[in-house]
Design a protein. Sequence first.
Lengths: 119, 114
Amino acid sequence: DTAVSQTPKYLVTQMGNDKSIKCEQNLGHDTMYWYKQDSKKFLKIMFSYNNKELIINETVPNRFSPKSPDKAHLNLHINSLELGDSAVYFCASSQSRLAGGSSRTGELFFGEGSRLTVL
Amino acid sequence: AQSVTQLGSHVSVSEGALVLLRCNYSSSVPPYLFWYVQYPNQGLQLLLKYTSAATLVKGINGFEAEFKKSETSFHLTKPSAHMSDAAEYFCAVSVMGGYNKLIFGAGTRLAVHP
């Protein structure tokens, strides 16, 4: 079973369109993240949710709206896509240190990534 | 604020040679440190982590890293490179707070030649 799964894996779309990426984790973690990896492989955190509550929002344009219906799911919706949005988007999960448990050392578990290409 | 600097965006070694990937961190509080590996078109996989226990950390695939507080370094090494080690390697730092926010270095691409 895949621990952190994202869909779709590839997404090609036109400028101005709206698209969504879905993420699910079956690790029982209470925290989920979206990271963006640009063409130079640089990884930057975008959002983080803990138990459905937004805890990190790293100066991301309002066109990006994360939604967490429950602690196992974190979706990313992007409105009015721009060329600069082309990137690989990674979902990740972890168990927060506040929650305790066996994984209190801060490691993140990543999905396989969703490659978004805006034409 | 925490940050990570990886020296050398590209490292090339011969098969069987020592692998050394450099990482320096900046943190005002004791950090957690990680090395992740990314194979082409895949996600990130944890290689090893430092969490304030032993300063020499052993990870998967024969990799290890040593935490040196005086040098603010966490370099990754492997005694003998394999062709299968060719990948992108990322060093990351996490704040010792309640929530786990990883800040990544820019990555180092490792090439292994026969």
